[in-house]
Design a protein around this ligand. Structure first.
Ligand SMILES: [Zn+2]
Length: 266
């Protein structure tokens, strides 16, 4: 799936964690931002596709493979590998917490655990944003990876089901945006209704997931392919036609116009 949809999903789980935190709007904003970061971060492994990768990072690290070979390969640093595994967000949270205790000269296990607990809503948003990204990549085509390396260092890849195309899943993005808007609205309710707010946000989130699953399982085209395909642009066209059918001509036009203005796959 594309990085914009992943980032919106991170924002959506961020709104959930922010509601549970029952904290100030400033703190909630930070939690939502960290959720967005967690949602986007796994695709940083696509940096090897950057046109200047070989002459900069590749040459600095003395890599014997080109960025393109790395991206489509099965190295631990390839796309859908280590950065698309469950252990990575846990390591990042641990590393940040340990670094903070070292900076404050209080490096002890109980201090690290205390810090993780203190930042639990930020950590939760980051972890859930990251996790949702991995889950959202599973229904995309198998291609050269056959899914994501969810349980790294295991060599098993999970997913590659081909339910949806890599991007232009506008219906899914609209569901995610709907969840964000509803959860933000629920947050306008006064703080002493905390339990009702949390239950409402969880219900909205579960409803969103249900709609999301219905949509990805009712595509009229099977996008499964292994390796590379000559049918690539035909698949993309079919995916767009599915969107036109789902959204109707007007909404489809609006989404396509937005898509065309964004210099990223969306
Ligand atoms: Zn990804």
């Amino acid at each position: 799936m594309d990085i914009i949809s992943h980032t919106f999903t991170g924002i959506a789980v961020g709104t959930l964690s922010a509601t549970v935190s029952n904290s100030s709007w400033k703190n909630k904003g930070l939690i939502i931002l960290i959720g967005a970061l967690g949602g986007a971060l796994p695709d940083i492994d696509a940096i090897s596709l950057w046109s200047k990768f070989d002459s900069t990072i590749g040459s600095f690290l003395g890599l014997s493979h080109s960025g393109r070979e790395i991206y489509f390969g099965k190295f631990w640093y390839s796309h859908h590998a280590f950065m698309h595994s469950l252990i990575t967000p846990i390591l990042i949270i641990l590393l940040i917490s340990i670094t903070k205790t070292i900076i404050r000269r209080e490096f002890k296990i109980n201090k690290i655990l205390k810090r993780i607990k203190k930042n639990r809503f930020l950590n939760l948003a980051f972890f859930l944003g990251f996790l949702c990204h991995l889950l959202e990549d599973m229904p995309t085509p198998s291609s050269v990876w056959s899914g994501v390396n969810l349980f790294f260092p295991s060599s098993n890849y999970i997913g590659g089901f081909g339910n949806i195309w890599w991007w232009n899943n506008y219906d899914l993005v609209l569901i995610i945006i709907g969840v964000i808007l509803l959860n933000l609205t629920i947050n306008l309710i006064p703080a002493h209704y905390h339990k009702i707010k949390v239950r409402s946000c969880i219900s909205v989130f579960v409803f969103g997931i249900t709609l999301f699953l219905i949509q990805i399982n009712t595509r009229t085209t099977d996008f499964s392919y292994n390796g590379h395909t000559n049918n690539y642009y035909n698949y993309e066209l079919q995916s767009k036609n599915i969107q036109r059918d789902i959204l109707g001509e007007n909404l489809f036009e609006i989404m396509t116009n937005i898509d065309n203005k964004i210099p990223l796959n969306f």
